[in-house]
Design a protein around this ligand. Sequence first.
Ligand SMILES: Cc1cc2nc3c(=O)[nH]c(=O)nc-3n(C[C@H](O)[C@H](O)[C@H](O)COP(=O)(O)OP(=O)(O)OC[C@H]3O[C@@H](n4cnc5c(N)ncnc54)[C@H](O)[C@@H]3O)c2cc1C
Length: 512
Amino acid sequence: MPFIDLNKKETLSAKQYDFVIIGAGASGIMLAVKLSASGKQVLLVESGHFSVDEERQQLNEVTHSSKKLENAVWGRKRAVGGTTLAWGGQSLPFSRIDFTERDWVNNSGWPISFDDLEAHYKMANEFMQIDTLDYRDDILPNIKLSPAPDFDTSVINYHVSKWANEPNFVNLYRKQLEQQIDVVYNAVLIQVIKEGTAITAIQIANFNKQHFTIAVSGRLILSVGGIETSRILLLNKLGNPEWVGKCFMDHPCIEVGLVRTSNEYALQRQFNTHIWQGRKYSIRLSLSEQVQQEKKLLNCSGTIMFTASAEQFDPYAELKAFKKDFKIGRLFKVSGKSIEILKSVIAYIRHRFYYKINTEAKLLLMMEQEPDTGSYISLSDQVDIFNKPKANINWVITKKTWETAVSTAKYIERELERLKLGTVSLYKHIDLDTSSWSSYLTDVNHHMGGARMSGSEKEGVVDSNLKVWGTDNLYICSCAVFPTSSHSNPTLTMLALANRLHQHLLSTSSPV
Ligand SMILES: Cc1cc2nc3c(=O)[nH]c(=O)nc-3n(C[C@H](O)[C@H](O)[C@H](O)COP(=O)(O)OP(=O)(O)OC[C@H]3O[C@@H](n4cnc5c(N)ncnc54)[C@H](O)[C@@H]3O)c2cc1C
């Protein structure tokens, strides 16, 4: 089935689909590929085309009424492939504690547990073509990190995240998208039509501003990302109005200090990027469940980033460039640095990590954001090119996030120094009394919340099967459904939910 460019269409066929999915990003592609592989008729509707451009991206414009997101317009991609065109593909499951109700974390608790998702995490890793080993004990020997440093596990966990070799889902699944699925692109969802409790049709528009109505005879799934989900629900008055848009979250990030050592090789061996089977692995230090409970903190993890100045010699980059483009000048540069190159090659071959000399070691944190109803998405008084109100973002971070940052920085400092891996100089503002603490935190395009999953209709927007409460056939598959955010990169958990949803949809028939 060839891709369908809606800009070149006057009418659409009246074909009936089991599933209409809006959004050909990470979750939309996974659902479409899996459902069509199970013999289902799937229509995938995507606002972008096969590359990003200003006209499509301006649909991402938002207004802000509180702390600003760094890049809401370009930090989400309007294209076939969605934000997988830009993301790093770093994956790490949430921890058990993230799913539990914690009496010290407002609005915490998922209606499902880690055990409900465990098998789906493996399937999500498989879909991303990442190994399915666990994120610590199984993987560490392969990246020559066994035994792990002797961190006090009652305080800090030492584990890894995995990066996909090919993060772009169009590159991974183009054949399936083209052969198994009807993908209509340049097609923007404009309206969702509901009769009683059933979604019966949608209206989409192309960039010539022509409108098309598509009947929904099966189930409709919104896979439009963490911000657009709330916007579409609000525009169409769908879902529990008490909760739609509420508890918007990102992962607040911060650089907290520098790690100094007399043994740069040993420090980088434990904390710099490792490589196995062509994949990258990053070392993460996360706050133990025990400390979170005892000190009433959120989840949080730290990484050490090794940065060199732009002028500094980068042995891997030089060798790569030298291999690609042989030049005499480059030969002199490389041969004058033979010791550096040798050390880097040994690190790579013997211990499977990137070693760079004379770098600055920065300690960075990525934090869970406490879900708070004061942090929300609403509709703006400005409109987009289709005359629809833009999303307004009211991003608010509670003080608990700052307390978590300060405490985690100090726990990591204590452990690194106890293990004699380095000494940590925390920046002066890493202090509970810092008054403008929120200005030090940045977002990382991990948009979560706004359509939270809940055990009862009164407490959220979707049920544990991701069906919008009060509807028969409307589902949401994006990080918008997360009740809490963990410190882990979110997409793997969203893909695990997509896999679980796919199984649920196959095991139930459409009610309409
Ligand atoms: C630079 C960068 C790096 C990142 N790195 C990581 C990482 O390493 N690990 C990680 O876990 N996460 C990372 N993320 C976040 C990750 O990209 C997102 O969590 C993920 O892509 C979300 O998937 P999604 O399917 O919900 O949304 P998307 O992938 O954004 O897809 C949504 C799709 O819906 C379409 N759409 C929206 N509205 C409409 C509409 N009205 N009509 C039709 N179509 C519509 C959009 O055009 C888009 O194609 C990163 C993000 C960025 C920007």
